[in-house]
Design a protein around this ligand. Structure first.
Ligand code: XIL
Length: 393
């Protein structure tokens, strides 16, 4: 369509009162409608009278431990080594150190024939020195791979490379790791074209679905005492995507258990969205019971709350985010197979959501238990309250 014709069309549409159907008019109107809808949603989400009182001074790790639970957070070497104030709070609050990036292929495998354990070892040693558990994330994932991966891995060598990677890495940390995310995000119902929802990642393409069993068997052989976890996302809400994801994940877990694959737990990422209202406690609770009935433990592995569509007002925003934390954890902790709650970061000073889910108004995101000055927010209270109210394991 020529520029002139487009202008004429738009003017004509305006005359007809159809501005919303074309060009700029369309985006302005749709955006205004979206904002209006969001404002209504936010009002419904916020309860200014909700009580987030917490009893006592105990840290999150102590409150969790009192119920037989583990609390911890993902972090990186640079944050702990260069930010003493952060490291101090991290040690106070967390009973387990989760490796955010340092045990991903991109860091462990600078070249196809070399392993670099330096940053991972630093974190393992930090955890040991401070009496914390240590958790490995992740052995098999289609993202955050080194550049060479696509050029080197093929149908002929895929099995050898997968087995070699898992064996080397798991052996290296053998006896030091509370749990490993062996396979991360193998199911992607929203972009897989398969009925089982399996993502067509390189392992799947080259080895078929047995790559998952192979990964778990190899990890178990390398460290027979660590907990082996299947970790995945989109399991939290009553939406078509999450409903399908829960079914697909449950089917995969059943299949793995029936074939005797050494799998010990499900990791639920739980990157929650404060503006998603389709939260159905009954459905989530049922899913957890179904997973537990397979003899599996459950860990909430990457909990945080996306605040990008919430009002800018910090009081309102913090209240809504805290409500999301507490409502979610109350449901999840009711299931005794849940043994750990891990947040993806501890303080808003360092959160991946600042980059991955930024706010349109560019206001800093407020997604984690501590704010960017390391002060506890209502989200911290919400977690503390959920631990205090949880049944004992
Ligand atoms: C994220 C890290 O937080 C970022 O620093 C990195 O750039 C990309 O990965 N699901 C996962 C995690 O399983 O590994 C991701 O971590 C967040 C989503």
């Amino acid at each position: 369509m020529s520029k002139n014709r487009r202008l004429v069309t738009r003017r004509h549409a305006l005359q007809l009162g159809l501005a919303s159907l074309v060009g700029v008019g369309a985006s302005v109107t749709v955006e205004a409608m979206r904002q209006n809808y969001q404002a209504q949603q936010n009002q419904a989400l916020d309860n200014p009278r909700r009580n987030f009182t917490v009893v006592g001074q105990n840290s999150l790790k102590k409150r969790a431990a009192a119920k037989g639970l583990i609390y911890g957070a993902a972090t990186e070497q640079v944050k702990l080594s260069s930010d003493i104030a952060f490291a101090t709070h991290y040690v106070q609050e967390c009973g387990i150190l989760v490796t955010e990036n340092q045990l991903k292929w991109i860091i462990l495998r600078p070249t196809p024939d070399r392993f670099d354990f330096t940053p991972g070892d630093w974190l393992a040693e930090f955890a040991r020195t401070h009496g914390m558990l240590f958790r490995g994330h992740t052995l098999v994932w289609e993202q955050v791979l080194p550049k060479w991966f696509g050029e080197v891995v093929n149908r002929q060598n895929a099995e050898k490379i997968l087995v070699e990677h898992i064996t080397e890495v798991v052996k290296h940390y053998s006896g030091k790791v509370h749990s490993w995310d062996v396979v991360n995000e193998a199911i992607a119902v929203s972009y897989s074209n398969r009925p089982d929802g399996l993502s067509l990642n390189p392992w799947m393409l080259f080895l078929g679905e047995s790559y998952i069993d192979l990964a778990f068997r190899t990890a178990a052989a390398a460290d027979p005492h660590t907990m082996l976890v299947y970790n995945d996302r989109w399991l939290d809400y009553d939406t078509p995507r999450d409903n399908a994801q829960r079914i697909a994940v449950l089917k995969l877990l059943e299949r793995l258990k029936t074939s005797g694959t050494p799998l010990h737990a499900l990791g639920i990422q739980a990157h929650l969205n404060a503006s998603e209202t389709r939260f159905n406690p009954k459905k989530l609770r049922k899913f957890l019971a179904d997973v537990a009935s397979l003899g599996l433990k459950i860990l909430v592995t990457e909990l945080d709350v996306i605040d990008k569509d919430l009002p800018k007002d910090i009081k309102v925003r913090d209240r809504i985010v805290a409500s999301v934390y507490e409502d979610y954890l109350n449901v999840v902790l009711d299931e005794k197979a849940v043994i750990a709650v891990l947040t993806w970061g501890l303080s808003d000073r360092y959160t991946w959501l600042a980059t991955y889910e930024p706010r349109k108004d560019r206001a800093p995101v407020r997604t984690l238990p501590l704010d960017s000055n390391l002060k506890p927010k209502l989200a911290w209270n919400a977690m503390a309250r959920a631990f205090d109210n949880a049944p004992k394991r």
